[in-house]
Design a protein around this ligand. Structure first.
Ligand SMILES: Nc1ncnc2c1ncn2[C@@H]1O[C@H](COP(=O)(O)OP(=O)(O)OP(=O)(O)O)[C@@H](O)[C@H]1O
Length: 269
């Protein structure tokens, strides 16, 4: 197995208390990994450490066997990119200009985005379905279109690894599926390694090769969707009762209610 990214014993905290502690992860090249877990469990913090947007207080992230801490930013950006949950929404530049920025890590300081670089820009616009909107300002796009424009910029970086933080949050269901299918194509056809934080567990089950569940800043379950998404998992990790069906090998869950806790304060009525 060729390893794309590895994290060892990561720790990070915003205040005195750590929100991630003892987090380990190995991601194979070409794999689609889903990171799931309750609100505040540390998923985004982990992703930000994997992308070196923040430095771990302990532990290390290795990419292709090299410690991210010692790599220069341009070298990281040539190989890895991250699509955040929300994007800067006041940028008044065209889609094409934004996508061109994705080529910056590959350009020398004196070089302009021309020739083969423009071809990559055209490709990124094409695969993300943004060709027709390329001359529009980002201000004139819907939320879904804007998300695709930023994904096009990420693709223009020609990354080997793509990190995404809940990329479907603001999209309607058709646009969610469109984005997931697009990422599937990039994963299968271009061999791009995908690491995605997801709240929709049914989508995680359908698209991801492997799931890592995080609770209180550490990995609590790991495996194929059918191994992880079982009734006990929903109880222990999310505190809900759920029914789980099998749809051609893909687990589909139906939430039925929160797990009943013994009441300490008595009835409200
Ligand atoms: N900038 C910050 N300053 C202080 N605390 C923060 C900051 N960002 C996150 N936290 C806290 O760190 C913890 C983990 O946050 P994180 O965003 O990593 O969780 P998450 O699992 O991605 O949550 P969600 O599912 O709600 O997006 C939370 O308790 C959160 O309140």
């Amino acid at each position: 197995m060729s390893v794309a990214l590895q994290a060892f014993d990561l720790k990070y905290g915003y205040r005195a208390e750590p929100v991630v502690d003892g987090f380990d992860l190995t991601v194979a090249a070409g794999e689609w990994l889903g990171i799931v877990g309750p609100n505040g469990s540390g998923k985004s913090t982990v992703l930000r450490m994997l992308a070196r947007l923040v430095a771990p207080h302990r532990g290390a992230v290795m990419m292709d066997g090299q410690n991210l801490a010692g790599m220069n930013t341009k070298d990281i950006a040539k190989r890895m990119t991250m699509l955040a949950q929300t994007q800067e929404s006041s940028l008044d530049i065209t889609v094409r200009e934004l996508v061109r920025r994705g080529r910056n890590p590959h350009l020398k300081w004196y070089e302009e985005c021309r020739g083969q670089h423009e071809e990559v820009v055209n490709w990124a616009l094409r695969v993300t379905g943004m060709e027709l909107l390329q001359h529009r300002s980002l201000l004139e796009l819907s939320g879904g279109e804007r998300q695709r424009a930023w994904l096009a910029m990420c693709m223009a970086q020609s990354p080997k690894t793509l990190l995404l933080d809940e990329p479907t949050t603001y999209l309607d269901i058709a646009h969610q599926l469109e984005l997931m299918e697009l990422i599937r194509r990039l994963n299968r056809e271009q061999g791009i390694t995908v690491i995605m934080v997801l709240h929709d567990l049914n989508q995680a089950a359908r698209y991801c090769d492997r799931i890592v569940a995080v609770k209180e800043g550490a990995v609590v379950r790991e495996g194929k969707p059918s191994e992880v998404f079982q009734i006990e998992f929903f109880r222990e990790v999310f505190g809900i009762e759920a029914k789980v069906h099998d749809d051609d090998g893909v687990p589909v869950y139906l939430p039925c209610g929160v797990v009943k806790q013994p009441s300490r304060v008595g009835n409200v009525s």
